[in-house]
Every structure is written in structure tokens, then in C-alpha cells.
Design a protein around this ligand. Structure first.
Ligand SMILES: *Cc1c(COP(=O)(O)O)cnc(C)c1O
Length: 360
């Protein structure tokens, strides 16, 4: 077996220790004589797995008692529709901030259900930063305000939480959740697809304040209805059992490593290393304004894009996988989530230096 370093934006690298444990438990989970994949979601064994995962996530993120944690399917993209359906209430007006490709998708989907006010947009600066808070045209009557704390494609991340008064703050944390401590109380709703920093694809986490559970439009499908799912412990229908179990193993692994403080320090170190090398080089560059650079997804371009293919082929040969940038922006992107070890970043920088010697 030879595992390589995986810089994929998602589905992304998983901790080796977790994969090992899952493989040991694959055929026979804790002497129950079957795999977790084969268990009834209503069985005592699986209900215990599910509860423990929730408890560990609650502890990791310090989620207060008055928030429900839901384990759902459909990805963050389904939440783009579920959020307006569940949170609009009597109103029809919602606020969205546009900081990149994922914001845009969330806005487009919300427009099917609501009157979307885009409070500010970074499109005119090619999504290279966050529009200054002073310029946001917030609506105090909005049902909620939505933003994307980390734009996975553009590599733009907030290192602050918007203070917007009483309007519930809704955040697509797909690619930043669990990368650092957050104050959950500042949010009305947090959601994240699992396949970046939580576990395998197929699971979506929603953390929602319980006073927001009574606002769903009557036409909201039952599986998408937060209250229905909360009342049924996320088992209104069959949940993604194996992904839920694997996420639970990731939460345990994170706790054993030292929790979110540990990962914040590690992630900061990893990102600083890579940015400082990119900034010191005249061969590589990153277009994002310094104070809004992502710790999780680091796009970079080569001075001569004719070399992109050569760079990627050489990287693969060196055991560095999935460095190709998103098709909408080109260039390269290194996603360095929690499960990507510091050695992977060191190996990437070493490869980048060698590449400059050969082609610079
Ligand atoms: C990956 C991603 C999504 C889409 O997730 P799906 O699970 O594919 O629906 C949405 N928002 C952000 C910020 C992402 O990184």
C-alpha cells in the first residue's frame, strides 16, 4: 500500500487513522457480526453510533443546548433550497452576500423561492477579496442573511463574523467547518457538506437554532424540513448511516489530537508556509487580498500557464494528487484540510521549488 498526498477540494483526504479503524471494523463492527453499512438505522448499535457522533461534534464545536444538529443528505447544494423553504416564514425577503462561485449558486437557488437582495458583490474585483462591511446594503426586515465563510473555489475566507443585528446569520461552512473554533451562538444556522473536513460524501450537517424550526413553508418536502428531521433525530427516512459513522470516527480522531485549537494552529502553520513560499517566488502567485486568504483552499497560478500540464503531471509523479484548479478559474489549487498533514505541504513546496529550477 502506498498512500499519496491528496490535495483534492472534495471529496477530500481523510485521516489515515480513521481509514484504518474503519477497515478493521468493516466486516464485523465491535463483535456485532455485521458491518455498520448493513445495520438497521433503528438498531440499538447504530442509534448509539449516531448519538455518540452528535455528542462529539457538539463538544468539538461547543454547540449550545438550544441548537439542533441534523445529519442529512443531499449536500450543501440541497441546503441552498432547504434554507429559504425553512426560514422564510411569512416574509419573502432575504439577504445574500456574493463572494464567489458558491455564493452565486446559493443565490441562484434562493431566487426560486424568495426575493433575494444581494447586499454586496465581489464579482467586479474577480472575487479576489471581501467587499468592505460598510458597503453592504443590509435589509433589517430580511428573514435571514446568508454568506459563505470560505469560498472553496476562489480561496477567499472570512477571519471575522459579520455583526448584523437581529437578522439570523446563515453560513455555508462546507469547506471551513472544524478548521478553527467558532462561536456558534452568533449564527442562526450553519451547514456543511461532509466531504471536505468532516467525512465522506453523502452526509450534510445542519446546525440550527431551535427558534428557527417553526418557519417552514407548508410546501417544504418532509425530508428537507428541519423540524421534521429534528423531531425524528435525523431519521425521518434512512440517513446516510456509513457516512455518519465515519464522521463520528473523524470527530473522535479530532478530539484525540487536541480539538479545534490544535487544528487551528496546525492549519495556520500549513497555510502560512505555502503562502509565504508563493509570495516569495516570482514564478507562482495567488490573487487573493492577504487578509482574506483561505487557510483551507489555496489557489495559485504559474507565471506561464503553458506549463500547467507539465506541473500537474510532475506533481502526480511525485505523489501529489489533485492540484488542478477549479475549471472556472484555472491554474492550481491546493486544498489543505485538517486531514492533510504538514508533511504534505512541505512536499508540495519542495516540488514547487524543484519545478522552478527546471522551468523557471
Ligand atoms: C463543496 C461545496 C458546496 C457543494 O457541496 P455539495 O455537497 O456538492 O452540494 C457548497 N458550498 C461550498 C462552500 C462548498 O465548498
Amino acid at each position: 500500500m502506498s498512500r499519496k498526498y491528496n490535495f483534492c477540494a472534495g471529496p477530500a483526504a481523510l485521516p489515515e487513522a480513521v481509514l484504518n479503524q474503519a477497515s478493521q471494523e468493516m466486516m464485523d463492527w465491535q463483535q456485532n457480526g455485521l458491518s455498520v453499512m448493513e445495520m438497521s438505522h433503528r438498531s440499538e448499535a447504530f442509534v448509539a453510533i449516531a448519538k455518540e457522533a452528535e455528542t462529539d461534534l457538539r463538544e468539538l464545536l461547543s454547540v449550545p443546548e438550544n441548537y439542533r444538529i441534523l445529519f442529512l443528505q443531499g449536500g450543501a447544494s440541497l441546503q441552498f433550497a432547504a434554507i429559504p423553504l425553512n426560514l422564510l416564514g411569512e416574509s419573502n425577503r432575504v439577504d445574500y452576500l456574493n463572494t464567489g462561485q458558491w455564493s452565486k449558486k446559493a443565490i441562484a437557488e434562493a431566487r426560486r423561492y424568495a426575493d433575494v437582495n444581494v447586499v454586496a458583490s465581489a464579482e467586479s474585483i474577480n472575487f479576489s477579496g471581501i467587499p468592505s462591511f460598510d458597503s453592504w446594503q443590509l435589509n433589517e426586515e430580511a428573514s435571514y442573511f446568508h454568506y459563505t465563510p470560505n469560498e472553496t473555489i476562489g480561496g477567499v475566507e472570512f477571519n471575522w463574523v459579520p455583526e448584523i443585528g437581529n437578522v439570523p446569520l446563515v453560513a455555508d461552512m462546507s469547506s471551513t467547518i472544524l478548521s478553527r473554533p467558532i462561536d456558534v451562538q452568533k449564527f442562526g444556522l450553519i451547514y456543511a457538506g461532509a466531504q471536505k473536513n468532516i467525512g465522506p460524501a453523502g452526509l450534510t450537517i445542519v446546525i440550527v437554532r431551535d427558534d428557527l424550526l417553526d418557519l417552514a413553508r407548508p410546501e417544504t418536502p418532509a425530508v428537507m424540513n428541519y423540524k421534521t428531521q429534528a423531531e425524528n433525530d435525523s431519521m425521518y427516512n434512512t440517513p446516510p448511516t456509513f457516512a455518519w459513522y465515519l464522521a463520528g470516527l473523524v470527530f473522535k480522531w479530532m478530539k484525540a489530537q487536541g480539538g479545534l485549537e490544535f487544528f487551528e494552529a496546525l492549519n495556520r502553520r500549513k497555510a502560512e508556509k505555502l503562502y509565504s513560499y508563493i509570495d516569495s517566488s516570482d514564478f507562482y502567485s495567488n490573487p487573493v487580498e492577504k487578509e482574506s486568504r483561505s487557510r483551507m483552499n489555496i489557489p495559485f497560478i504559474l507565471r506561464d500557464n503553458a506549463l500547467d500540464k507539465v506541473f500537474l503531471a510532475g506533481a502526480e509523479e511525485a505523489g501529489l494528487l489533485n492540484l488542478k484548479g477549479h475549471r472556472s478559474v484555472g491554474g492550481m489549487r491546493a486544498s489543505i484540510y485538517n486531514a492533510v498533514p504538514e508533511e504534505a505541504v512541505d512536499a508540495l513546496i519542495a516540488y514547487m521549488k524543484d519545478f522552478v529550477k527546471l522551468h523557471g
